[in-house]
Design a protein around this ligand. Structure first.
Ligand code: SME
Length: 154
């Protein structure tokens, strides 16, 4: 395991231990956002957007206040929802229709979150102050962390 994977493993275990036997997805998302934000300093913002009918609304997050509702079918989060796949944006200036919530964000990684019935529930959104902020290890490890929201842990 690389040092980076080991660090993610510690973060994963920290989140699992904090969550304990609580199944509530809001509690889990709040814990994930806080641990990622405080343990992995290169991320400027970490949080969730939740699909509510036709709207994608701000969920639990850590970092500066962000856009509360994302214009439909625009930007990285909606693309991830619509394609139901991970979207890694190495340079936000190159992403057509990118929605700027914070001018300091240079790269972004968005991961779909599926519910207990494997239906799309929302996305986990990570922002970085540097371009190329997320590599394949980040994609793999953050995808694993995003599955905690609805994982059957006990
Ligand atoms: N940039 C995102 C919007 C959310 S913020 O980055 C917190 C997008 O294009 O969907």
């Amino acid at each position: 395991m690389s040092p980076k994977e080991e660090r993610y493993q510690r973060v994963y275990e920290n989140i699992i231990s904090l969550i304990g036997d609580v199944n509530d997805p809001i509690t889990r998302m709040a814990t994930i956002a806080a641990v990622l934000h405080h343990k992995i300093k290169q991320y400027s913002w970490s949080g969730f957007y939740l699909l509510k009918g036709d709207d994608l609304l701000l969920g639990p997050f850590q970092g500066e206040a962000a856009c509360v509702k994302l214009p439909k079918d625009k930007g990285v989060c909606w693309t991830s929802i619509n394609q139901q796949k991970v979207i890694n944006v190495p340079d936000v200036n190159e992403f057509p229709g990118y929605i700027t919530c914070h001018s300091e964000t240079k790269s972004e990684l968005v991961i779909p979150v599926m519910d207990f019935d494997n239906k799309i529930f929302g996305v986990m959104d990570m922002d970085s102050r540097t371009a190329n902020g997320f590599d394949e290890t980040d994609e793999k490890e953050l995808t694993k962390i995003a599955t905690i929201v609805f994982a059957q842990l006990k």
